[in-house]
Design a protein around this ligand. Structure first.
Ligand code: SF4
Ligand code: SF4
Length: 257
């Protein structure tokens, strides 16, 4: 199967500033609540935990007083060349023409988990059991996000339903839904981040902050050398963070500065 890069006029993307992220986990909680991810029955059993957004801890591994840490939030990176797409035998996942978001059609998924094996970022999760909602919590579900049954794979979709809201709102107001203003559409994690570490917008639009930030010499993408071309960028002025986030070995060089 050939991996190819589809180009789109709009490319929704994120730049996550790792020098601002404090690892508080608010983005993880916002994601769980917005996308109807049921709390696991036993959170200590990692096999059953579903976390579309996961915050990793990085360390420079130096002794005190030179010790330093960073936190790296990892949603689905909405790859430009997504390994997960061509392996799906039933086209339950695809690269969305409007904005380049990698879709997931739960009703079509047969649960083979090929996509999970193919994703180099561990950004996909399998439902080993039906979701169970603590009493009363079902009243807080987001109406426009379907819940997923046992036997299907799920992942971050950049809160695609919010994109649909923003487009509908633009239409109602007589604006072009294909020319949204910066801030018309943002995922829940970005909205919730208390430090403003996550910036979201159209990577192809020079007027959007992400466009400029993604071109900074301090910006990098996870495992760049795999050529998956993620639409999520990271940013750090600390060289060790860029190197470790990009997962380069001692003898290798890293992009940027
Ligand atoms: S688990 Fe579902 S989405 Fe993933 S490859 Fe199989 S059918 Fe496609
Ligand atoms: S991060 Fe993984 S699941 Fe997301 S688009 Fe890339 S390969 Fe697919």
């Amino acid at each position: 199967m050939v991996l190819y890069l589809k180009e789109f006029k709009i490319k929704w993307g994120m730049v996550i500033d790792l020098d601002r992220c404090t690892g508080c986990g608010a983005c993880m909680v916002a994601c769980q609540a917005e996308n109807n991810i049921a709390p696991p029955v036993d959170a200590s059993d990692k096999r059953y935990s579903l976390t579309w957004m996961l915050v990793y801890q990085l360390s420079n591994k130096q002794p005190y007083p030179n010790h330093d840490v960073a936190y790296m939030p990892r949603p689905c990176l909405q790859c430009g060349k997504p390994n997960c797409v061509p392996v799906c035998p039933v086209i339950a996942t695809d690269k969305n023409q409007e904005g380049g978001i990698v879709s997931q059609v739960n009703a079509r998924c047969i649960g083979c988990r090929y996509c999970m094996a193919a994703c180099p970022y561990h950004a996909r999760y399998f439902n080993w059991q039906d979701p169970v909602w603590p009493e009363g919590m079902e009243k807080t579900l987001t109406p426009d996000v379907s819940t997923r049954p046992r036997g299907v794979v799920e992942k971050c979709l950049f809160c695609h339903h919010r994109y649909m809201y923003a487009r509908d709102k633009a239409r109602i107001e007589g604006r072009d839904p294909n020319a949204l203003n910066e801030g018309d559409y943002i995922p829940a994690c970005v909205e919730m981040c208390p430090t403003g570490a996550m910036v979201f917008g159209d990577l192809e639009n020079p007027e959007h902050k992400v466009h400029k930030l993604s071109k900074s010499p301090y910006a990098f993408r996870l495992l760049e050398r795999l050529n998956t071309k993620p639409q999520v960028y990271y940013y750090s002025k600390r060289e060790w963070v860029r190197k470790q986030g990009d997962n380069y070995l001692e003898h290798e060089t890293v992009g940027g500065v």
